[in-house]
Design a protein around this ligand. Structure first.
Ligand code: SF4
Ligand code: SF4
Length: 252
């Protein structure tokens, strides 16, 4: 899930792992289906794209394959929470979640038209350890001390959703080397600055984070039904030059 659009992509650069090169009908179908999905992601210029082949996972198997799609958070306002009225009444979500949800729905439709079953997953905006465990399996980044998934160019300022599916797909992204080195080192900025006391060296306390974010004294109303909640652990992280938010007062 690197900055994929800065480099020209050539088909001959693709190095498909040997295990997907078998010459039989099942593997040919897997290759064709994967390239179809991959080409759709490239055509729509979706910044984060990766596939996990769950057939290769030893345990904790949730599906046959998982497709990850995501966006960089160039602006803190992408995390602004809005009240949206839909067929099921009022719900709250961020612009980032809505954008990624529309990508996921599109890809889920593509697979369902071909007869596969899918389940769309939109992770919480709070640090989400369950989603992080899956993101780490892609070996495209690492989970920082702020309990957010960090990818090299965009840092933790990203939002990634995923589709669980029974479609047989090839895992990986064959153009880029794996990257999962933890770059936090001795930095403790997010631990020092978390205003809710939710981030500590020994872990993340979801209740503290929720209590802080949901307290109206710690929120900024941007417009009617649009609220900016705490995003200090996103804003303060120095990793990710492409998404650096401009000023310290970008945090609540
Ligand atoms: S900085 Fe804010 S959003 Fe991040 S963990 Fe702390 S309270 Fe939660
Ligand atoms: S702020 Fe520092 S310690 Fe926290 S996630 Fe970023 S690099 Fe790691």
């Amino acid at each position: 899930m690197r900055a994929q659009w800065s480099k020209r992509r050539k088909k001959e650069d693709l190095i498909i792992p040997d295990l997907y090169l078998e010459k039989n009908e099942e593997m040919q179908n897997r290759r064709d289906l994967t390239f179809l999905i991959q080409e759709a992601a490239f055509a729509e210029k979706i910044p984060f794209f990766h596939i996990l082949d769950c057939d290769l996972l030893a345990d904790g198997k949730k599906a046959r394959s998982i497709i990850f799609l995501g966006i960089p958070l160039y602006e803190p306002l992408l995390l602004m929470e809005q009240s949206i009225y839909g067929t099921d009444g009022e719900s709250k979500c961020t612009m980032a979640q809505k954008k990624v949800e529309s990508y996921l729905r599109n890809f889920s439709d593509k697979l369902e038209i071909l007869g596969y079953n899918t389940v769309i997953k939109l992770p919480d905006i709070l640090p989400d350890d369950e989603a992080n465990r899956l993101f780490e399996m892609t070996k495209t980044g690492f989970v920082g001390k702020n309990h957010r998934f960090i990818v090299e160019d965009y840092g933790c300022r990203n939002y990634i959703g995923y589709i669980l599916s029974d479609a047989p797909l090839m895992g990986g992204d064959y153009r880029y080397p794996e990257y999962d080195e933890n770059l936090c080192g001795g930095c403790t900025l997010c631990l020092d600055q978390c205003p809710g006391g939710a981030l500590k060296e020994n872990g993340f306390t979801k209740e503290r984070c929720e209590n802080y974010r949901e307290n109206s004294k710690n929120q900024v109303e941007i417009a009617a039904k649009s609220i900016r909640k705490c995003d200090v652990c996103y804003a303060c992280c120095p990793i990710g030059t492409k998404t650096r938010w401009q000023s310290a007062d970008s945090s609540v």
